[in-house]
Design a protein around this ligand. Structure first.
Ligand code: HOZ
Length: 424
């Protein structure tokens, strides 16, 4: 019996997060035994170059010595106290330094918790119920946000999940990403009822779609005009596209930011934070309730802090960005050489590629119109060549500090061979 078949006997669908099941690409998922640097070792004895990086957190590379030591030291001092520790303050301080729009922060355990709590906070702070999100953006799986969502939900064709009460779903207004006019129209009609806009400033859950000039600016000005809260979901882009996230690149200050992935360095941490006056509405200072036994867990704080400290090395983002660009441009080159249409994007250590001649990709409809059959063939060709990309055409990819010239050029020469087979 395969490892996946055995897992399916006990675990729903054989996986603990749907996109891992390979449902969109076919075949059985690879089971990982261990990982070091840019490489994964599988249970069936293969060594693979990894561009998933645990879906983003492993920016320093897998099992980085400083992070492992920090976690071991923390574990030896006790696994969990459910009481304040200095480690929480140190990580909070570091995050506030990296992202100056965050004046106060609250640690939680997953990106879903961070976005769910930020939405509740925005509703409680404004006394309004309606929220705006964008089709193809994914903000975790809480009820208000699982409507026309991206990521695994889009991959499996269930962007709006059964089980979300209609009464709640009707407060979520979903608009087209990169369409500021639609946002202005909705605010003109319902502005006094809108609590917040939540957006991935670079959408990473419908592949990778950057904002067009003026889009984020329009969100900022509409929120200012109608006193709604602007939430940037930087779970994916935070510390990934730049030290200060997408808000640093586009120079827009959100009111609240949600973080996850890198902030826990590979352990389950996430956070939400922002303007001090808004964060003052969270219990115990204010009436909006939010809590968690494992929030701010000492092992997780240690991993997060060691990871953020690793990002402070001079030139870190310049070299990460250069290698990611080399990969993305290299993929575009080999695709062009093989006559296969491919649109690529890259920022910091994040990249995307869409099998489409319609680039640059800026709209959800362009992503969903792309050739998913070519993606499926490319994915399996690369997997058979021991290069591990996300098993979904709708997920961004990640390069780490451990991906050197050798890994990138090896990936590109394997990709050249795979692209050559795609047309036949
Ligand atoms: N939704 C996550 C990526 N955007 C995938 C999480 C996982 O399967 O681990």
């Amino acid at each position: 019996m395969s490892l996946f078949a055995e897992a399916k006997k006990y675990i729903a669908g054989g996986v603990n997060s749907p996109v891992r099941a390979f449902a969109a690409v076919g075949g059985e998922p690879v089971f990982i035994k261990s990982a070091k640097g840019a490489w994964l070792q599988t249970e069936d004895g293969r060594q693979m170059i990894d561009y998933v990086g645990s879906w983003g957190p492993m920016i320093l590379g897998h099992a980085h010595a400083d992070v492992i030591k920090a976690v071991i030291d923390a574990a030896e001092a006790g696994l969990s106290f459910g009481a304040p520790t200095v480690a929480e303050t140190r990580l909070a301080q570091k995050i506030c330094e990296f992202m100056p729009s965050i004046e106060r922060i609250r640690m939680v355990s997953s990106g879903t918790e961070a976005t769910m709590s930020a939405i509740r906070l925005a509703r409680g702070f404004t006394g309004r119920d309606k929220i705006i999100k964008f089709e193809g953006c994914y903000h975790g799986h809480s009820d208000s946000l699982l409507i026309k969502a991206g990521s695994g939900a889009l991959t499996l064709g269930v962007p709006s999940s059964p089980g979300v009460p209609t009464g709640l779903a009707e407060h979520t207004i979903t608009l087209d990403f990169n369409d500021p006019a639609a946002v202005e129209t909705v605010f003109a009609e319902l502005g006094e009822q809108i609590a917040c806009i939540i957006v991935e400033p670079i959408a990473g859950n419908m592949n990778m779609v950057p904002p067009e000039p003026g889009f984020l600016e329009a969100l900022r000005s509409q929120c200012d005009q109608y006193k709604a809260v602007l939430i940037f979901d930087e779970v994916m882009t935070g510390f990934r596209v730049a030290k200060g996230g997408a808000q640093e690149i586009f120079d827009i200050q959100p009111d609240l930011t949600t973080l996850g992935k890198i902030v826990g360095g590979g352990l389950p941490a996430a956070a939400f934070g922002g303007r001090a006056d808004i964060m003052a509405s969270i219990a115990p200072d204010g009436p909006v309730y939010q809590a968690g036994t494992l929030s701010g867990n000492p092992l997780v704080m240690a991993a997060g802090l060691a990871t953020l400290q690793g990002l402070e090395r001079p030139g870190f983002y310049a070299s990460l960005g250069e290698r990611t660009r080399q990969l993305a441009d290299g993929l575009a080159d080999v695709a062009r050489g093989a006559g296969v249409p491919l649109a690529v994007e890259a920022a910091g250590g994040m990249f995307g590629f869409v099998f489409s001649a319609d680039g640059p990709i800026r709209r959800f409809a362009q992503v969903t119109a792309a050739n998913t059959e070519l993606f499926r063939k490319f994915f399996h060709g690369m997997l058979d060549s021991n290069v591990y990309f996300a098993p979904s055409a709708f997920e961004a990819g990640f390069v780490s500090d451990a991906h050197g010239d050798e890994e990138i050029s090896e990936t590109l020469s394997r990709a050249k061979r795979v692209f050559a087979t795609l047309k036949s």
